[in-house]
Design a binder for this molecule. Structure first.
Ligand code: ATP
Length: 136
């Protein structure tokens, strides 16, 4: 049994990361799940959330939009609608997206509520993940 996992994150915008790690925690639709080397294979859907991965003595954080995760052969493959490492999140952009979504939800009578709500959720989660920068 290998004692490492390969974490690979891919989005329609391109690959985000591929790294050897020790442990992954990801936001499954039915709740957070953790993967260690030797985990049984499974597939799950993901909700907007934070992926946390440990490597050596350090911890790293990633924003993941909805999508899928597949665990097989000591690999965690995340196929997300969008994803960014904590360091790569543009905080001003996320704040602006949050403001836009809040204004839509507040003002407009005829809006696509679910769409605005999801945009707000993405922006808030990006800000939460960005706060983790530099935390080891
Ligand atoms: P926005 O309204 O700012 O575009 P969004 O939530 O609609 O935000 P997404 O559809 O999730 O954006 O992502 C579109 C692309 O933009 C992806 O490549 C994603 O990684 C990138 N992206 C979106 N917001 C940010 C951000 N705050 N920082 C860095 N990259 C971002």
């Amino acid at each position: 049994m290998a004692d490492k996992l390969t974490l690979e994150v891919v989005t329609p915008y391109g690959p985000v990361l591929k790294e050897e790690v020790d442990e992954v925690v990801a936001p499954g639709s039915e709740g957070e799940f953790g993967v260690l080397p030797g985990h049984v294979p499974f597939v799950t859907t993901l909700k907007i959330g934070m992926v946390v991965y440990k490597k050596g003595g350090s911890v790293a954080y990633l924003f993941a939009n909805s999508g899928y995760a597949e665990v097989y052969d000591n690999t965690v493959l995340i196929l997300a609608d969008s994803a960014e490492r904590a360091e790569d999140i543009d905080v001003e952009r996320a704040r602006a997206a949050m403001k836009r979504a809040e204004e839509r939800l507040r003002k407009e009578a005829e809006i696509d509520f679910a769409r605005a709500q999801a945009a707000l959720e993405r922006a808030m989660m990006r800000l939460q993940v960005a706060e983790k920068r530099g935390i080891k």
